[in-house]
Design a protein around this ligand. Structure first.
Ligand code: SAM
Ligand code: SF4
Ligand code: SF4
Length: 338
């Protein structure tokens, strides 16, 4: 067990297994920027499954309990069920989860992921109407497969989380249709405030549809009952009277949760970040891949985590003296892992 400068324990690792994606969501990988000229990581730069399992094994004694596989689109990596199996059965990680856009999540894939020991699935879907979905993701928007995947996850895993990023004036009118679509299903529909992650999505506070605005809208039609928060939960959950669907709000902009943040992030090429908004990579691959570093990894990681003082979301609107606002160096979500 290890704590950072703000007394936060390390427990959770989000791993981007690839920075590539077959979608181009406007808030994450806008097609104008992530076009044919964009340089993605090369295949030989990606950590292998064996290396990722080794990282997990090494971090377990520090308190690592949960891993989320993400990206980019994690299902673009072949046979990811082998990685899941290694994390569960070899590295003995308590909970292994995946976040995916669902477009490649066939029933067969789900069955092998379940067999490998995967604990739960989160699927991203930002609108019910085809027209708005195509605005949110103008490339490869075969969303019929995504809806099928949501139903298949419920059949195989009993329940599913669905992530919806809400952007003011673009898909906020889809909040009620999305809710109505899923009312009778075993789903947690999570409304995510649009975040200023990376440098390419042209984020502005004016485009944020806050959790309060979403909740006020829903309460015009439905009665909500609070579900008690889990200790390290980053969302507030509510049940809807008389329906199976639960909803959750992830309010990184209006109600940041940095004081509870127990997570680190690992990029597909082995850079560790102590915060989604951190600009400082810690090169794990030199320990796990090149083995060129003589310092012990345990000493190194102890230093990295115990010096951690990130609380970007909490300080987002406090201007930092000496910080050059024109300097663009925030890391993209698809690289660091959403
Ligand atoms: N491709 C997978 C997917 O879309 O589920 C996994 C990676 S994606 C980066 C992980 C999550 O981050 C998705 O639910 C996505 O909606 C969310 N996300 C990406 N950019 C975001 C932003 N700017 N603000 C809020 N959430 C964002
Ligand atoms: Fe791809 Fe997920 Fe980013 Fe959309 S949110 S572009 S699906 S990585
Ligand atoms: Fe954690 Fe950084 Fe997000 Fe705060 S801003 S919750 S420290 S990842």
């Amino acid at each position: 067990m290890i704590k950072d400068k703000l007394e936060r324990q390390f427990e959770y690792l989000r791993i981007s297994v690839t920075d590539k994606c077959n979608f181009r969501c406007i808030y994450c990988m806008p097609k104008e920027i992530f076009g044919s000229k964009h340089q993605f990581l090369k295949k030989n730069e990606l950590l292998t499954y064996e290396e990722i399992i080794e990282v997990a094994k090494t971090l377990k004694p520090f308190g690592l309990k949960k891993i989320r596989l993400t990206g980019g689109e994690p299902l673009l990596r072949k046979n990811i069920e082998y990685l899941v199996e290694g994390l569960k059965k070899d590295a003995l990680i308590d909970e292994v989860m995946i976040t995916t856009n669902g477009s490649l999540l066939t029933k067969e894939k789900l069955i092998s992921l379940k067999k490998g020991g995967l604990d739960s699935v989160t699927i991203s879907l930002d609108a019910s109407s085809k027209k708005v979905r195509n605005i949110m993701n103008p490339v490869n928007s075969n969303h019929v497969l995504v809806s099928e995947a949501i139903d298949n996850v419920i059949t195989i895993f009993n329940s599913v989380k669905v992530n919806m990023v809400v952007i003011k004036g673009i898909n906020d009118k889809e909040i009620m249709p999305m809710l109505e679509k899923f009312l009778d299903k075993n789903i947690e529909l999570r409304f995510i405030e649009y975040m200023d992650v990376g440098e390419s999505n042209n984020w502005s506070l004016d485009n944020v549809f806050t959790s309060k605005e979403t909740k006020d809208l829903i309460e015009k039609y439905f009665s909500l009952k609070k579900i008690p928060d889990l200790i390290d939960s980053t969302s507030e959950k509510w049940a809807i009277d008389n329906y199976t669907l639960n909803i959750a709000f992830i309010s990184s902009i209006s109600k940041p949760f940095c004081s509870e943040c127990n997570r680190g992030r690992l990029s597909a090429n082995g850079n560790f970040y102590t915060c989604l908004f951190s600009e400082k990579p810690y090169d794990f691959s030199s320990y796990f891949r090149n083995k060129e570093n003589n310092l012990s990894f345990n000493n190194y990681f102890t230093k990295v985590w115990s010096n951690r003082d990130d609380q970007y979301s909490q300080l987002r609107f406090v201007s930092k003296p000496g910080k050059n606002k024109n300097k663009k160096n925030k890391v993209e979500m698809s690289y660091i892992g959403g």
